[in-house]
Ligand binder design. Structure first.
Ligand SMILES: [Zn+2]
Length: 139
């Protein structure tokens, strides 16, 4: 698990600037905090023209959104935060721990919608023994 670099959620406020390295050529960029909702806005590397936000490092970010007595709405807020955190770095996948109850059902509904809008690329519904964990493809 090398190359993992998560952004502190406190740095993800809109208006902040994040440093982003092009994984193809190494050039550093200062970019405004991105949002996964705007992922279709192409951001090109100034040096090699690679699509900066689409570069994945193969890593997986794991976030538990269901085991601190969250309500469904709180869990959906945490889903949003986890998606933004994943998008702000280069993580390729988000592994979401959702448990087996109402939160899981709500998150699956939300992901279905997000996939239809192109916000997430795909996800597995964690069927069978792994039903409490959903794997979301970010990049
Ligand atoms: Zn580049």
């Amino acid at each position: 698990m090398t190359g993992m670099k998560w952004t502190d959620p406190h740095e993800l406020r809109p208006g902040n600037v994040l440093e982003r390295e092009c994984l193809d050529c190494g050039m550093l960029h200062q970019l405004p905090v991105p949002s996964i909702v705007d992922r279709k806005q192409h951001v090109a590397c100034e040096k090699c023209d690679a699509s900066l936000m689409e570069q994945g490092d193969g890593s997986t970010l794991t976030v538990d959104i269901a085991h601190q007595r969250e309500t469904v709405n709180e869990a959906l807020d945490k889903l949003d935060q986890a998606l933004e955190q994943a998008w702000s770095g280069n993580t390729s996948r988000l592994r979401l721990i959702v448990g087996g109850g109402a939160i899981r059902d709500a998150v699956l509904g939300e992901l279905y919608f997000r996939r239809s809008r192109g916000v997430v690329l795909d996800y597995t519904d964690g069927a069978g023994a792994r039903r409490g964990a959903l794997m979301i493809r970010i990049r």
